[in-house]
Design a protein around this ligand. Structure first.
Ligand code: PMP
Length: 367
């Protein structure tokens, strides 16, 4: 029997209980084979079926056009911070790229990319990551090989509610923390990637969705396991892939499909995030979300308690009391402090309501 804990973790994060049950059921004996997915050859027909099923479900959920490849890689989102420039900086002769830095993760990606090419950040560094600067003020370089952005900044709780228009330059997106949370027009992107451990399963696998004509530009020093053309050409089986993580991703995709697909996930995430943002906005400054309303994340609700810089004692009290109520992982990222509630697909409306009620109660006692 499982303890009734509510997991608001930012990743690794909650996985739907029915998925865990199915994995548990399959663990010792996968579909009568007498072995588990953890033990089977990545070249067996059974694993091949798992791989194709996962890929097909992603294609179905995201409506991925025919001219795109889906690749399953290791190395996490951070691995892609290197893989993207190593594969794409050579698309154009100048070997430069534009980076849209709206928070910690796009910042890290830009820093890593500087090892491989000339990196232009499209607006001056912001003092604090609380908004997405107006696109009309972005300084885009027409000779850039690609424009890179992060659609949801997990640490700062900043999310794009639009897809940037790059005036024809290849668009690359780190979708790690809002992947599968809403429908996306994949055809607008040259490449998008996402680590699995938020909305798409467990850590260990990173999905890359890339348009075929972008394959074949890798730098000669690109590690072969990160070479998109090699991995796409071998159906992600150049080397041993993260088999179990791919299997879990397949189960999660099936769960999303059976629960109404990405439109339904989006509706739920609007409902859930509104529950918390409304309390914050109606708290007369007791709770403060520093992010501008149109750029607020539906996935990671970041807020301070007491003031915009946070009353750390009060925040600690909030977290301690939450833990007593079995609400876990509400602490903000160590780099920014405060509170962060992550409301990924598997977190239910009821669980979010429990947090909302706790926030109201805490405010009554401590304001
Ligand atoms: N991008 C985003 C948006 C993230 O949230 C994270 C991790 N939280 C990463 C990249 C890095 O992922 P990993 O830890 O898998 O390298």
């Amino acid at each position: 029997k499982k303890k009734l804990t509510i997991n608001f973790g930012a990743g690794p994060a909650k996985i739907p209980p029915s998925v865990l049950l199915e994995a548990q059921n399959d663990l010792l004996d996968y579909k009568g084979l007498g072995i588990s997915v953890l033990e089977m050859s990545h070249r067996s027909s059974e694993f091949s079926k798992i791989l194709h099923t996962t890929e097909n479900l992603l294609c179905e959920l995201l409506n991925i056009p025919q001219n795109y490849k889906v690749i399953f890689l290791q190395g996490g989102g951070s691995g892609q911070f290197s893989a993207v420039p190593l594969n794409l900086i050579g698309l154009k002769k100048d070997h430069c790229a534009d980076y849209v830095v709206t928070g910690a993760w796009s910042g890290k990606a830009a820093k890593e990319a500087e090892k491989y090419g000339k990196i232009n950040t499209v607006f001056p560094k912001m003092d604090s990551y609380t908004k997405i600067p107006d696109v009309s003020n972005w300084n885009l370089n027409p000779d850039a090989s690609y424009v890179y952005y992060c659609s949801n900044e997990t640490v700062h709780g900043v999310e794009f509610n639009f897809i940037p228009d790059t005036k024809g330059t290849t668009l690359v997106c780190d979708m790690s923390s809002n992947f599968l949370s809403r429908p996306v027009d994949v055809s607008k992107f040259g490449l998008l990637f996402a680590g699995a451990q938020k909305n798409a399963g467990c850590a260990g696998v990173t999905v890359v969705i890339v348009r075929e004509d972008l394959l074949g530009y890798a730098a000669k020093e690109c590690p072969i396991i990160l070479d998109y053309k090699v991995q796409a050409g071998m159906n992600s089986l150049y080397n041993t892939p993260p088999c179990f993580s791919i299997y879990i991703m397949g189960l999660v995709c099936e769960w999303i499909k059976n629960n109404g697909g990405l439109e339904a996930m989006e509706k739920l995430s609007i409902t859930k995030s509104k529950l918390l943002y409304d309390i914050i906005d109606e708290s007369n400054g007791f709770y403060v979300c520093p992010v501008e309303s149109q750029s607020r994340s539906r996935m990671n609700i970041f807020f301070r308690i007491g003031s915009i810089n946070g009353d750390e004692e009060l925040e600690k009290k909030f977290l301690d009391e939450a833990a007593k109520r079995s609400m876990l992982s509400l602490k903000g990222h160590r780099s920014v402090g405060g509170i962060r509630a992550s409301l990924y697909n598997a977190v239910t409306v009821e669980e979010t309501k429990a947090l909302a009620e706790y926030m109201i109660e805490f405010m009554k006692v401590h304001r």
